[in-house]
Design a protein around this ligand. Sequence first.
Ligand code: MG
Length: 401
Amino acid sequence: MHPRNISILGSTGSIGRNTLKVAKHLGDIAVSAIGAGQNAELLAEQVSEFRPKLVACGDADCAQRLIGELSRRGILKEDLPEIVFGEEGLVQVATMPECGTVVSATVGAIGFVPTLRAIEAGKRIALANKETLVMAGELMTSAARQSGAEILPVDSEHNALHQCLRGEKLAEVKRLVLTASGGPFRTKSREEIAAATIEEALDHPTWDMGDKITIDSATLMNKGLEVIEAHWLFDLPGERIDVVVHPQSVIHSMVELVDGSVIAQMGVTDMKHAIQYAITFPERLPNPLPSLELSSVSQLTFEAPDLEKFPNLAIAYRALEKGGTAPAVLNASNEIAVRAFLDGEIQLNEIALINGRLVDDHVPQTADSLESVLQADRAGRAAAEEMVSRSESATASINRV
Ligand code: MG
């Protein structure tokens, strides 16, 4: 089990593809296992190039298509990797004995059980899937304490905080400051946000990411989820985790120490930096990314987040304060609401209406077992689906398109 022998959950997504670029650049990385959803064609391309021993597909149909793609590429039957599918398949990828590092980069709750199994197996987790920590922070951090698994954040803000905190004592930290780009609607009115199209919401000003996280960035839910993520990663309460809007995204996050000194981590906006850091930590290695040229940035600006226009951020703080299963319900609700927005069923501002209602109505239970977390996730999804189906704008927005 070596840290540079890696497995990737979500290899065909944005972080997964960037992880493979990092592996290629570093050279001494073995990619032993990869798992993805439905993109058999890209999986086949990745198998041809990186020759993993184990590949997980979303379902049996995708596994069949992958075998077809690989044989079309001339890969002989005896050279095929082991091909598995479903959640059990992802768990096999996450717990492959020779892999020391698991890059957890699936989108949403699907990566939760595989990531938990990897933690229990004592792997280093390069964590890009923040939803898993939001759902089950208590369960995952206590499993990591027991197994000795390290969780290294790939989320750029938390990766920045990890870098700022190197050598610092937690007792000397006054607060964490997460930066937010503010998304594409930072300067728009409430009315313009409510009427936003899917294309407008997917047009992120500084980071190139997958659809779910890009919508979360447009509603500031992403920052809310990141506050909860930071709570679990760095063991600080919500009142010591602040958010500042910084549209240039040059400062990736900051730590204020008790003596008032503020340590910031800066860099170009490219996820490959955080991915490489998480894989090679505690070593730092060169990479082909361009240098940050502050003279061409010319100015860095900061403003407080507008909680009236972006209620999701305040909702996330409320979920964290409630504790227990409340963040799991928020995460489930948000996944359903974002999917409904992307499917044209609700308006952008309704995502926060649904999330807020579910969090405020939820009576939290303890979230210290797999069953309690999964139960909260199911209940949150069902309640959010129900609210989506009752949305009055469902028909109106379809007509508008
Ligand atoms: Mg982030």
